[in-house]
Design a protein around this ligand. Structure first.
Ligand code: ADP
Ligand code: ADP
Length: 226
């Protein structure tokens, strides 16, 4: 079952087509890694899929619904995005995670319960009352991830999520990513310039070069070595 379908999806800035017309789909529950050098168009594509960035051309269908000005707000509410750069506010970790729910119109009690539950399931409860600014880079990125997961996204976009992390923090975050996929069947699209990370995490890989997919397929086919 396809959860995302793109047909001729493209983006230009001025005269420059930074994402060339792409045709592809993503299945519910799969992990797709988009790998490629800096400037290839990975972030731009991800922002289009998250509906933050309007496409210049083509068609995008998410959860079976065409993305339009009218539908995009509701669709976006079912998706979440984690960025390379961790943004934590000068409040407690629990409050930082609760911010993920600020537009959700949930009673305070339920928000608190969801925050506790997500921190617990990610093994982060001990940080709940710490100040957001007192954490290491790796801890901070895990809290940012908690702030996304607390919204229970059906599609998760990860834009170079470990680019600023040390190897140990990278491994911990990768385990949390796989756990989210296995336990909640969350569909995940991850941008990375790290081919090995794509191999570790993904079911399928798209190699993006100069705005186009040079290859897309199962990990063992794309990385086949004779
Ligand atoms: P990647 O994520 O693969 O590093 P990006 O999607 O960030 O690539 O960028 C692809 C190209 O689009 C780059 O040449 C970049 O400079 C350009 N670009 C990205 N955003 C904008 C923008 N808002 N306006 C103009 N050019 C942009
Ligand atoms: P509501 O529950 O009121 O429909 P949403 O959960 O859709 O609210 O989110 C409200 C605002 O939060 C959106 O207008 C958007 O600016 C931001 N937002 C929510 N999800 C995302 C996302 N996946 N990517 C970027 N911004 C988002």
């Amino acid at each position: 079952e396809d959860i995302i379908t793109a047909r001729g999806l493209a983006k230009s800035y001025g005269k420059k087509e930074v994402v060339r017309p792409l045709d592809f789909s993503v299945k519910k529950g799969e992990i797709l890694a988009i790998i490629g050098p800096s400037g290839a168009g990975k972030s731009t594509l991800m922002r289009m899929l998250d509906t933050i960035e309007p496409a210049s051309k083509g068609e995008l269908i998410i959860f079976g619904e065409p993305v339009t000005k009218r539908s995009m707000h509701a669709l976006r509410g079912r998706m979440g995005m984690l960025f390379q750069k961790t943004v934590l506010f000068d409040r407690t970790v629990a409050e930082n995670v609760e911010l993920g729910l600020s537009y959700r119109n949930l009673p305070k009690k339920e928000r608190m319960e969801r925050v506790s539950a997500i921190l617990e399931s990610m093994g982060l409860s001990r940080f709940a009352e710490r100040g957001g600014h007192s954490l290491s880079g790796g801890e901070g990125q895990r809290i940012s991830f908690a702030r996304v997961l607390v919204t229970r996204p059906e599609i998760l976009f990860l834009d170079e999520p470990t680019a600023n992390l040390d190897p140990v923090s990278t491994q911990v975050l990768e385990e949390l990513i796989l756990h989210e996929n296995r336990v909640n069947k969350t569909t995940i699209i991850i941008n990375t310039h790290d081919q090995a990370q794509g191999q570790r995490l993904a079911d399928r890989v798209a190699v993006m070069i100069d705005g186009a997919f040079a290859q897309i397929g199962p990990v063992d086919e794309v990385f086949y070595q004779p």
